[in-house]
Design a protein around this ligand. Structure first.
Ligand code: FAD
Ligand code: N01
Length: 540
């Protein structure tokens, strides 16, 4: 694609992509295939995104490896063999590097470069993308592949700078690893990252203090080596499986939802179904009956069951009770899959501090001050999560049409049409942005869904001599209202989760992902494209 005009109106690249995780890598591949010139900027010094940054001990996927991989190329999937049901971080990162080698992606990625700003110029129809390395490059299409869980967040505790030991965030873990052998360690946070890392840290540390603000539902992952026959079968069927996955609610085929409602089943049948799925491990548990995620009474039955299973893993009843989640329905925060998490509270060197009863006051030179008591530590691990879904996008100072700042537009919560674009920001795309299924799904399925749609869209625009695409305000308002309605009908708002922005003080509390399912959403995407991008303004 080439463009005529003066130097000021000529692009440096046909497209610029921000981020080189699963999304940025696949987007680059697809756009290059269209014959476009593309530049990717990535803060890290390698590909991988989530799996480049989250190198904490115990990090692994919670969507089964055989489904947590690209499904767009038979050659790529046939050339790779997963070893475990839930691959660990090093294996996933090796896979991503294998894909980058195979597709020769790195030559178009500028690493160690953070995009700081993107400004739209209506006259030329170009975005100027600025980086911390001094780049200022023009492009008609700017694609944010910045990740939903990539802006790691350390809470604003006073005194962190005074701490005499070392501290780490799970989402920005040292590449050389950390040896906690013989050390006194404090871990703050008991979400998925805390729950995965704590058992391994507990094996090494002389003393481990765990600060829990919210107890979470967790079930044994049931990780195991993959059998040769599973690997062989998947190699034969993955592409067809991926097609099937797109027709499901969560982008997953490793389990099916039982459509029967809780009240339609006998207590014995429900118990059997819950037990089978609990033992299977993974998210199958949440599909035990049709209204588990929709109706509080139905959810309560599953939550009671889960608590009973969890309680049985902890020897001391008073500690078990502290570990029980009572303040939210099961599944409305990301269900945690663990390997030996609850059992570590039976170890003599592990201590649980309930932060709700006694809040963390500050970090001191010697450790963590909480409820008037100082917990001494040689190291502190912040497993405190992310400024999810909007943090990385708004980390870039984005200015659209008429000088409008995205940060200001989203001050009361993100506003998008389909999670793909925002009115006033022509030719700016978000991959798995707020308002799309993203974090409620197998993310790789959702990433591929968006990348495929954006590629088709750019291809149609450029071949039809259309210069710009922009969500209309009406379509955006309707979509935001629709997402809010679906969320309000669900149980999701009943938890102070990062889905709601509740983990960040001052962040607007809005349910951010689209809860209607990958299948329904995919249908909507197809309809919009088929109706000449209904809800978008196309500019010649
Ligand atoms: P990311 O992988 O987050 O990549 C975004 C990249 O953009 C990063 O490398 C970042 O450095 C870069 N970037 C951001 N801003 C800028 C900027 N301004 N300039 C330059 N570069 C920038 N999902 C699942 O479906 N299943 C799982 O099992 C699963 N496990 C997970 C485990 C962990 C520990 C975490 C944190 C998340 C997990 N997720 C999982 C979600 C996961 O984030 C996605 O599956 C997927 O990896 C996201 O890919 P991405 O390319 O969209 O974003
Ligand atoms: O982050 P989180 P995460 N004082 O926000 C606590 C994916 N993922 O990194 O719940 C004290 O879930 C906070 O407490 P509360 C997955 O999608 C997947 O663990 O806000 N505590 C919570 O306990 C996941 O959902 C895997 O009350 C504070 C914890 O820190 C998402 O990434 C593995 C605090 C943060 O939990 C994020 O997970 C890892 C404070 N001031 C991640 N601030 C897999 O298994 C925060 N906390 C695949």
């Amino acid at each position: 694609m080439t463009q005529e005009g003066s130097a000021a109106s000529r692009p440096d690249f046909d497209a610029i992509i921000v981020g080189a995780g699963f999304a940025g890598m696949y987007m680059l591949h697809r756009l290059r295939k269209l014959g476009l010139s593309v530049r990717v900027f990535e803060t890290g010094d390698g590909v991988g995104g989530t799996w480049y940054w989250n190198r904490y001990p115990g990090a692994r996927c919670d969507v089964e490896s055989l489904e947590y991989q690209y499904g767009f190329s038979d050659e790529i999937q046939k050339g790779w063999t997963w070893t475990e049901r839930y691959a660990a971080q090093p294996e996933i990162l090796r896979y991503q590097n294998y894909v980058a080698d195979k597709l020769d992606l790195r030559k178009d990625i500028q690493f160690l470069t953070k995009v700081t700003a993107a400004n739209y110029d209506a006259q030329s129809g170009l975005w100027t993308v600025e980086t911390d390395k001094g780049d200022r490059l023009r492009t008609p299409f700017c694609i944010m592949a910045t990740g939903c869980l990539s802006a790691a967040r350390v809470p604003d505790f006073k005194g962190i700078d005074e701490f005499s030991g070392k501290w780490y965030h799970t989402g920005n873990w040292p590449h050389e690893g950390v040896d906690f052998t013989g050390k006194r360690v404090c871990v703050i946070g008991t979400g998925s990252s805390g729950i995965q890392s704590i058992p391994i840290i507990a094996e090494q540390a002389s003393h481990l203090t765990i600060f829990q603000r919210t107890a979470n539902f967790t079930l044994p992952a049931g990780n195991r080596p993959l059998a040769q026959e599973e690997i062989t079968r998947t190699k034969e069927t993955l592409l067809a499986d991926r097609e099937r996955a797109r027709q499901t609610r969560g982008g997953l085929i490793c389990f099916e939802y039982n459509e029967a409602l809780a009240e339609e089943m006998t207590p014995e049948a429900r118990e059997k179904e819950l037990m089978t799925r609990w033992t299977q491990g993974g998210f199958a548990f949440l599909g035990a009956y049709g209204d588990l995620m929709a109706k509080k009474e139905a959810n309560d039955i599953a939550a009671d069951f889960a608590r009973a299973q969890m309680r049985a893993r902890v020897a001391k009843p008073e500690i078990a009770e502290k570990l029980m989640p009572y303040d939210h329905p099961v599944g409305v925060k990301r269900l945690c899959l663990d390997t030996g998490y609850l059992e570590i509270f039976n170890k003599p060197n592990v201590e649980l501090v309930d932060v709700r009863e006694a809040p963390i006051e500050r970090i001191t030179k010697a450790g963590v001050m909480c409820g008037g008591k100082e917990y001494e530590a040689d190291a502190i691990v912040f497993a405190t999560g992310f400024d999810a879904m909007t943090g990385a996008i708004l980390g870039v100072d984005i200015t659209g049409r008429d000088g409008q700042k995205l940060r200001e537009k989203w001050a009361a919560g993100p506003r998008t049409y389909l999670g793909l674009g925002s009115a006033g920001f022509p030719n700016l795309f978000f991959i798995t942005g707020p308002g799309s299924p993203s974090v409620l799904s197998n993310m790789i399925v959702s990433i591929e869904q968006h990348v495929d749609w954006i590629t088709d869209c750019i291809s149609k625009l450029t071949s039809g001599n259309i210069r710009s695409i922009e969500a209309t305000k009406e379509a955006e308002d309707q979509w935001v209202a629709h997402v809010n309605e679906l969320a309000a009908e669900s149980l999701y708002p009943q938890a102070n989760s990062w889905y709601m922005g509740a983990n960040i003080p001052g962040k607007p509390q809005v349910f951010m992902p689209y809860p209607g399912g990958v299948d329904v959403y995919g249908q909507k995407l197809a309809e919009v494209a088929a109706a000449d991008y209904e809800g978008f303004l196309l500019g010649a």
